[in-house]
Structure formats: structure tokens, C-alpha cells
Design a protein around this ligand. Structure first.
Ligand code: MG
Length: 388
């Protein structure tokens, strides 16, 4: 910030003095291009997105995103998110400075336990608002630029047959991705055939990972790992249900394929248990699942200290959740893997910002625009509004 410019300096001072005047929830139903299928639950036609917009008396607002994912680890619905954010959180937020992020996050956790999905959009809206008030990008608030771009991998969902799987993989490859998170866990034979066919199709040029979203039994998971070991698998993610940490640890010791914890990781205590039991050697975090930038950064710090690999991820979401992870990753000084945090950009039929995040191959470059650098498309917000 150029403090030698008196007008700019006064504007920044006014920004620091700003107070939050209103907490607005924007529940949306955003259509998927094609219904996505994973091991847990049926295929879905849309994603339930909850945005939070924090208004300030400086005439500037900040926005953050979560999703009502309603699978292992998440029982939040649009209605429960709205109730938590408007009923429990708003009274703790209105009247405060947007720079009071630590006491605001602490008070939300104190009023509503296990509420990371509801806390996420508040965390990220606070960062967005701070950045907009100061005229700096969020990555700058988080410590500055540590990398030029943030790489991501693509998600290959479950398809009815091998031909459809390969057609989807070809399209993903053509878009520039060289790293696949392959959904598995419904049909063991098909899973093994998919992995083999993908390795044969793309050779050593691509990274292959498998993700069962907690949907497998121990014996099937052990059989899968053994069968796909020869195909150079980079990681096996959450093969077993989220509550089976001991079984995860036992399975991890049987296999040479690195294990990644996803659904079983909500907060810091979960991560300490994963580390203590050596149930995984990597983690995936998500904006919604883990409580936004504020909480995800703590998880990354613990994982880094424990020597775990970090995959920045997301449920399918809009540009807002995507760019929130990109800012966090841009300011991250440690090692990062190409996680699936951009999955929503490929999966959603529409985005809800005026200039959606652009992918270059699998990479995102965050801009120097203030805050998260995104502007809501008000027409789409009205059209995709969900009745809650
Ligand atoms: Mg996963």
C-alpha cells in the first residue's frame, strides 16, 4: 500500500475503522453439467451452495462460500446453514470490525460446535472484506506471494462403463490436466479395469490417484490396493469410512501406496488423531468441510509439521470457494500437491461471478484485485436462488 499518497492513506484508515452492519445469506442451487456420482450416495443434478455476504458501513462487502454437501462428515443442509449463520453467528458479527477475525471465529466455535461448514463462508467473507477495505488481495493478507500459480488435479467421477470413463478422461486430458483423482468404491472389478486402462491410455505422462469417499469395506480396499499397485498410483484417498482410523492405519501399512485422509478430517483434533495413529500420510482439506481459510491454514501447519503431504481440495463449488483456496495456497510457504480444489469449475454448469476463475492447464493464477478478486453476478444469484 502506498502510504505516501494521502488520499489512499485516508481511505485505508477509513477501511480499518469499518464495522460490519449486516450478515446476508444467499442460498443457491447451482446445476451440475452432468450429475456426478461417487461411492457415497446417489448421483446429484446440482450443488447446494450457501454464500455469505458481509456488509460494512464503508459501503464495501465481502463474500464467502460453503456447500451443503450432506455426505460423510457433513450433515449441514441449506436450511441448517442459514439457521446457524443468521441465528447463531450474525449477532456475534454485526457491529464488529472485519479485522476481528480471531475473536469472531472463536465466538462462532464457542456458540456452535462441529460447525466448520457454517463457519467457512464467514471466514472467507471476512478475508475478502479486509482485502477490499485495504485494497490488497487476500494472499497478501496471508503473508504474501510464495508461488506464481497453484496447480490442481481433475476428478474423474464414476461412469456406467469403461468407454464413458475413458471419454471423460480424454476430455480432461485435452483441457490440460495431467493428474487424475479417480473415483472408486462401488464395483471393485470396474475400478481395477479403469485404473489399468487409464495407465495404458496415458502412459507415464499422468498422475493417477484413487478416492473412494469412505465407501469401501476393508477386504475390498486391500484387494484394490494390491491390484492397482503395479500401475504407479500416487495416492489412495479415504478408501474406508471416516470413523475407521485404526483400519486405515492397518491398511496403510499393508500397501506401498500413500494414503490420504479426507472425510475423516474436520478439525485439528481429528488431524492429531490421524497423525498419532499414522492413519494417512497426506491430507485433503476443503473450504466447506474444514471451515475456510482461517481453519484450513491451521490444518496445513499441523500437517506440515507432521510430515504429511497436503492436497488443497474442495467439494464442487463456484469460483468463490475455488479462489479462496488459490489465495491460501499462493501464500503458503511449504510444499503443496496438485489437489482437486478446482473441481467445481469443470463440474458446474454455471458460475455465479462476473469473471469466473480461469484454468491454465490445471493451474490457477490469482490476480492482484482486492480481496478474493471476484464480483457476484447479481442476475445469476437471483435466478439460482434456492427456497429455504
Ligand atoms: Mg476425497
Amino acid at each position: 500500500m502506498d502510504m505516501s499518497n494521502p488520499a489512499r492513506s485516508r481511505a485505508a484508515q477509513a477501511g480499518i475503522a469499518a464495522k460490519i452492519t449486516r450478515v446476508e445469506t444467499l442460498p443457491l442451487r447451482v446445476p451440475l453439467k452432468v450429475p456426478v456420482k461417487i461411492a457415497a450416495g446417489g448421483a446429484r443434478p446440482d450443488v447446494e451452495v450457501m454464500l455469505v455476504r458481509l456488509h460494512s458501513d464503508a459501503g464495501v462487502s465481502g463474500v464467502g462460500e460453503t456447500q451443503a454437501w450432506r455426505r460423510q462428515g457433513s450433515d449441514a443442509t441449506l436450511a441448517s446453514l442459514k439457521s446457524a449463520i443468521e441465528g447463531q453467528f450474525a449477532p456475534l458479527i454485526v457491529g464488529r470490525s472485519p479485522f476481528d477475525i480471531a475473536p469472531i471465529m472463536k465466538s462462532m466455535a464457542a456458540t456452535s460446535g462441529h460447525s466448520r461448514y457454517a463457519q467457512a463462508p464467514v471466514s472467507d467473507a471476512l478475508y475478502d472484506l479486509q482485502g477490499k477495505l485495504l485494497g490488497v488481495p487476500v494472499y497478501q493478507l496471508l503473508g504474501g506471494r510464495c508461488r506464481d500459480k497453484v496447480d490442481s488435479c481433475a476428478v474423474l467421477y464414476l461412469h456406467p462403463g469403461l468407454d464413458a470413463t475413458l471419454a471423460d478422461a480424454d476430455a480432461i486430458f485435452a483441457r490440460g490436466f495431467r493428474s487424475f483423482a479417480i473415483k472408486v468404491g462401488v464395483d471393485l472389478k470396474a475400478d481395477i479395469a479403469n485404473v489399468r486402462a487409464l495407465r495404458e491410455r496415458f502412459g507415464a505422462e499422468v498422475k493417477l490417484r484413487v478416492d473412494a469417499n469412505g465407501g469401501m469395506k476393508f477386504d475390498d480396499a486391500a484387494a484394490l490396493l494390491k491390484a492397482i499397485e503395479p500401475y504407479g498410483i500416487d495416492a489412495a484417498e479415504q478408501l474406508l469410512p471416516m470413523w475407521e482410523l485404526d483400519a486405515m492405519a492397518e491398511l496403510a501399512r499393508q500397501s506401498t501406496i500413500p494414503f490420504v485422509a479426507d472425510e475423516c478430517l474436520s478439525d485439528e483434533r481429528d488431524l492429531m488423531e490421524i497423525v498419532r495413529r499414522r492413519a494417512a500420510s497426506g491430507i485433503q482439506t476443503k473450504t466447506a468441510k474444514n471451515g475456510g481459510i482461517w481453519h484450513a491454514r491451521k490444518l496445513w501447519q499441523i500437517a506440515d509439521a507432521a510430515g504429511l503431504r497436503i492436497f488443497p481440495g474442495n467439494h464442487p463449488g463456484t469460483s468463490i470457494a475455488t479462489v479462496a483456496v488459490a489465495h491460501l495456497a499462493t501464500a503458503w510457504p511449504g510444499e503443496l500437491l496438485d489437489g482437486p480444489f478446482t473441481v467445481g469449475l469443470s463440474a458446474l454448469g454455471e458460475d455465479i461471478v462476473t469473471e469466473p476463475v480461469r484454468l491454465d492447464g490445471g493451474a490457477v493464477r490469482v490476480t492482484d484485485a482486492p480481496g478474493l478478486g471476484v464480483t457476484l453476478d447479481e442476475e445469476k444469484i437471483r435466478r439460482l436462488r434456492a427456497e429455504v
